[in-house]
Ligand binder design. Structure first.
Ligand code: GLN
Length: 446
């Protein structure tokens, strides 16, 4: 039935890059056999799910939406994927995205753009645009996305679904094709908050194969959904509802705060003064890390190789020129520049220092408040093609998600209304490893 919906809808939505009907049937059959021989049902038993195409899947094509990896079939499963299988969900296919997760509209996919299910003329957001659109269109029960600077929360917001970026280190990054390793996190995109808690229960936890994986006890996310927010202290940063944020979005957030107030929570306006430096800091750090991470794509180890190169240098040169799309090249150049000797101190080192200040902004507020609330994005989804030629405007769409990524703390986007027919997402930000509170508040509001 999952494949039937996909076949009916995906010609328009273009959320999937690869479908795996055979693998899904194989997995379903194996589950049946296990059950009939007395086995138990996993937490996510029988749910058809999609995985963003930057997480490796054994024997199943994984392209990162790049021409470079158009023929790449991994030989192992990412830890998060393995955990989904252990929980008995059935992987139906791999989801479209911006190439190597660089972008905010899915228009950087080298195969095809994804369309927003609410209005096919609009972008679904990015880079996990396929993951968000698939859930919104009913083409998967839930999906996995990855978030480096907003790539789960922003598309979730644009598509009217729930997207959670966990605390950095909570979900293993093993098998996630690295973009910016100090920021990348895998998380669930779901129809509602309860589903988000279930998926987190299945995928969170220490993994020795990821050196940045956190050794923390995994709480019971499902039972934290009590509906109770009495006495909860909410901070609302003035930077998140001020200049640059669509007034209609501000209104939607204000009405949502009233709902939470009605449930017994209290809110106050606060300031995160370093917010204005976050986008510049992020693009220096993320591009620097990307330029280093993407050095492995050399035409020798993974994916495509230039045809008949004259020598080794030409092999590298042509494989990379032909394999990477324009946005990926832009980031590699930016990052290589920021890391080069003579510029390192002025850009990379400076950005690292500002990152610490941004993190301190959050620490200061969390000393007094339980959660921070604001919009997930300054606007609703925009029209396909309207920003592709303007990378700076595109970069500014992430102004409200990037600071959270730099601080490494968890945040969820939950639908909180519509502006001119397009969904608005409210972002609830929590203390490090306090996903329970984030989920509880989101659930109470929903
Ligand atoms: N839009 C941001 C970027 O282009 C975020 C991407 C992401 O989180 N993967 O870098």
């Amino acid at each position: 039935q999952a494949f039937q919906t996909i076949n009916e809808r995906d010609e328009q939505i273009q959320a999937y890059l690869t479908l795996d009907e055979e693998g899904a049937l194989r997995q379903a059959k194996a589950m049946d056999e296990r059950l009939s021989s007395g086995g138990e049902r996993g937490l996510l038993f029988g749910l058809p799910v999609g995985v963003k195409d930057n997480m490796v899947t054994e024997g199943l094509r994984t392209t990162c939406a790049s021409q470079f990896l158009r023929n790449y079939d991994p030989i192992y499963d990412a830890t998060a994927v393995e955990k989904l299988r252990t929980a008995d969900s059935v992987i139906v296919g791999k989801l479209n995205m911006d190439e190597f997760a660089m972008g905010g509209s899915n228009e950087n996919s080298s195969f095809k753009p994804v369309r927003n299910p609410w209005n096919l003329d609009y972008v679904p957001g990015g880079s996990s645009g396929g993951s968000a659109a698939a859930v919104a269109a009913g083409e998967a029960y839930f999906t996995l996305g990855s978030d480096t600077g907003g790539s789960i929360r922003q598309p979730a917001s644009y598509c009217g679904v729930v997207g959670l970026k966990p605390t950095y280190g909570l979900v293993s990054r093993y098998g996630l094709v690295a973009f910016a390793s100090s920021l990348d996190q895998i998380g669930p995109i779901t129809k509602n908050v309860e589903d988000s808690a279930y998926v987190m229960q299945a995928i969170a936890g220490y993994d020795a194969k990821d050196s940045t994986s956190a050794k923390v006890d995994i709480p019971d996310y499902i039972s934290s959904l009590t509906g109770d927010v009495k006495g909860l202290k909410i901070a609302v940063p003035s930077e998140y509802i001020g200049e640059g944020v669509d007034p209609a979005i501000k209104d939607a957030i204000m009405s949502s705060l009233q709902v939470l107030e009605g449930l017994g929570a209290e809110w106050e306006e606060v300031s995160l003064p370093y917010t204005e430096y976050a986008v510049a800091t992020y693009y220096i750090l993320a591009s620097s890390e990307a330029s280093s991470n993407l050095a492995r794509f050399d035409g020798v180890r993974y994916g495509v190789r230039a045809d008949k190169p004259a020598n080794l240098l030409e092999l590298y040169h042509r494989s990379r020129s032909e394999g990477f799309g324009p946005e990926v090249k832009r980031r590699i150049m930016l990052g290589t520049y920021a890391l080069s000797s003579g510029y390192y101190d002025a850009y990379y080192l400076k950005a690292q220092k500002v990152r610490t200040l941004i993190k301190q902004d959050f620490d200061n507020v969390f000393a007094k408040y339980d959660v921070i609330i604001g919009p997930a994005a300054p606007t609703t989804a925009f029209k396909l093609g309207s920003q592709v030629d303007d990378p700076l405007t595109m970069y500014l769409n992430d102004i409200l998600t990037i600071p959270v990524s730099l601080a490494g703390v968890p945040a969820i986007s939950v639908p909180c209304g519509f502006v001119e027919g397009m969904p608005v997402g409210m972002q609830i930000i929590g203390k490090a490893f306090d996903e329970q509170t984030v989920l509880r508040v989101a659930h109470a509001f929903e």
